[in-house]
Design a protein. Structure first.
Length: 612
């Protein structure tokens, strides 16, 4: 392999400003259930009642029927854990808690609360869980609600304060799989309170995104365990932890922009299977490592490091040169909720057998900058073009599907939503593109020169993104499950990208693609990189899962292009692991040259360059 220098673009959306959500969006407002938010009244029962009302109940294997639980600004005093359980005590997925603002919406644990005083048995203020779809994996579902079906768990735009005299308190005990995030959240503990700020220790955390988080105090700021499924962190501040700022026990972490202050130990990477890829971060305190760390522009105690840490020793190296470009379209699209356009007012319907095509088109053509689809399922028979006047398309766990009796001219290579014209930046948020059992379909097609941000979006039975040659800069944040196609000179940046299934999952044809935190599942080729493309995967986990497939297929193909990857392979058995990591022209890279990670491997850095 030849090593080379290439430029990649890091396109990051700044943390979104919170806002008042429209009452007719199909959300559940905790004030409607008696929550006072005055800092004096115990609001526990009211919040739990709102969480229960937001639940869609048992919906089989689908996971996008639960509604947002919305907390307007105020201080909500609680004395027990906020979690999602049905009347029979079974844990549920889809706990979506959204505050009005990160600093104005506060959930505060009562001082000296019963059950929060034992550091040997920590207890959370907010606790998300998995649904039980299977009984394998020795998970403790009955007591812990753990598993790998923790879909659609979100905590956004609020603060959790664990109060005084609660040494066993955990701010958030978070479990999410495939799609889920904590975004713009502060976790706060006094000097005598708080065991863990954010706990990610139950079976099996990730893939999930933690972005825009600040943790103040606690014994440990963030604690991660398990060997799967990988977690992505961006814009994180950990300050004043009494023992460790970040502890990782065996998992795979992709980290960008982490700052630690006033902690004896900044990072503890415990266990030989632990892998951390960290970039553009500043640490105060020691790094204790028993696994592998790949660092890119890491400043620790005044020393700037790029390289690989293994067995207690740094192997320093110069990273590929990158041009970092940040763009943010959030501030320009924030408007009062009364100025948002509700698609139901233009003839769209939440009847999954109805036709919302023309209703959606009329809403988009209304001139409104923000168009929203209240919670529900909307069916279309033809592609919907997004005009330049629309700056945000907002869903509330909202599904869009294609009718069986589709328009004859509606090609499966056309997007359900099409961004084909030039214009100002556009954000697409909170949607599910559901084409399950209907054949392949493109969900979002970008051909116009607009900056497009795609956040908290799921694809089922679709190519989730087809970014054409003429498409503008594109960012993907917390997206799941579909295929991805990239072309053209404008960069694409993805953080927490999950793609599952067979075939080739990501195609890059001459584009520039940077992924922070990748997770794949299935016997597949993760990436086909060609036509002078440039792709970097910084942190991630690849996972065949199943035995007896064609494990001879390569994880990555590269043809006369630039490619770099730092990742780990998860494998629970010898007949479900890649035999080839990279095919690059006539060259092959096999796993044996990298450190063992159970049956899989840890790959600190793999680089291929175009042929001269």
């Amino acid at each position: 392999m030849r090593f080379a220098v290439a430029a990649l673009f890091l396109c990051v959306i700044s943390p979104a400003l919170a806002e008042t959500l429209p009452n007719d969006a199909g959300i559940v407002n905790v004030r409607d259930f008696g929550a006072r938010g005055d800092g004096q009244t115990d609001d526990t029962k009211a919040l739990l009642a709102a969480i229960g009302a937001a639940s869609a109940g048992d919906t089989g294997r689908t996971f996008w029927h639960d509604r947002f639980v919305y907390l307007p600004d105020g201080t909500y005093l609680v004395s027990d854990t906020l979690m999602k359980r049905d009347s029979n005590g079974r844990f549920g997925l889809g706990l979506i808690m959204v505050g009005q603002s990160q600093h104005g919406t506060v959930i505060r644990l009562a001082d000296h609360a019963s059950g929060f005083g034992d550091t040997a048995h920590p207890r959370a203020v907010i606790f998300t869980s998995s649904k039980l779809l299977d009984t394998g994996g020795n998970k403790n579902y009955r007591d812990l609600g753990e598993g790998n079906d923790a879909y659609m768990n979100f905590v956004k735009d609020l603060t959790v304060d664990v109060g005084v005299g609660n040494p066993g308190a955990v701010g958030i005990d978070f479990l999410a799989n495939n799609i889920g995030a904590i975004r713009n959240v502060t976790l706060r503990a006094g000097k005598d309170s708080g065991a863990i700020g954010l706990s990610l220790m139950r079976k099996w955390p990730g893939p999930a995104l933690i972005k825009g988080m600040r943790v103040e105090g606690f014994d440990i700021g963030i604690a991660v365990a398990q060997t799967e499924y990988g977690l992505t962190f961006d814009h994180i501040v950990l300050e004043g932890q009494r023992t460790e700022a970040l502890r990782n026990d065996q998992n795979v972490l992709a980290i960008h922009d982490l700052t630690t202050r006033h902690a004896a130990r900044a990072i503890v990477n415990a266990g030989a299977k632990g892998f951390i890829a960290i970039a553009d971060s500043t640490l105060s305190g020691d790094i204790v490592n028993h696994g592998v760390v790949t660092a890119r522009d890491l400043t620790t105690d005044g020393r700037r490091i790029s390289g690989i840490l293994r067995d207690g020793n740094w192997t320093e190296s110069h990273p590929p040169k990158r041009a970092l470009r940040f763009f943010d379209d959030a501030d320009t699209t924030r408007q009062a909720a009364k100025r948002w356009a509700n698609v139901l007012h233009f003839g769209a319907t939440r009847d999954p057998d109805g036709d919302s095509t023309n209703g959606l088109r009329r809403a988009f053509a209304s001139g409104a900058a923000v168009v929203y689809l209240p919670h529900g399922v909307y069916a279309i028979r033809d592609a919907i073009d997004v005009p330049p006047t629309v700056r945000r398309i907002v869903g509330f766990n909202t599904a869009i599907k294609v009718l069986r009796h589709r328009q004859p001219g509606f090609s499966r290579d056309e997007g359900m939503l099409r961004v084909l014209t030039d214009g100002a930046s556009l954000s697409i948020e909170g949607l599910i593109f559901d084409n399950s059992n209907m054949g392949q379909q493109v969900a979002i097609e970008i051909g116009g020169a607009r900056q497009v941000a795609i956040r908290d979006v799921v694809g089922e039975g679709v190519t989730l993104l087809d970014r054409k040659t003429g498409g503008g800069r594109t960012s993907l944040e917390d997206v799941c499950c579909g295929l991805f196609k990239v072309a053209g000179p404008q960069p694409v940046f993805a953080e927490q990208l999950d793609t599952e299934g067979g075939g080739v999952r990501i195609q890059n044809r001459g584009g520039t693609l940077l992924i922070l935190g990748l997770k794949t599942e299935g016997i597949n080729t993760v990436l086909d990189n060609r036509d002078n493309a440039r792709t970097e995967i910084f942190g991630g986990l690849i996972y065949m899962v199943r035995p007896n497939g064609d494990i001879s297929i390569p994880a990555f193909r590269n043809d006369n292009s630039w490619f770099a990857a730092s990742f780990a392979e998860e494998s629970l058995r010898p007949n479900s692991r890649y035999q080839t990591y990279l095919v690059d022209g006539d060259k092959t890279v096999r796993p044996e040259q990298f450190p063992e990670r159970g049956f899989g491997r840890t790959v600190p850095m793999l680089i291929a360059a175009p042929r001269q």
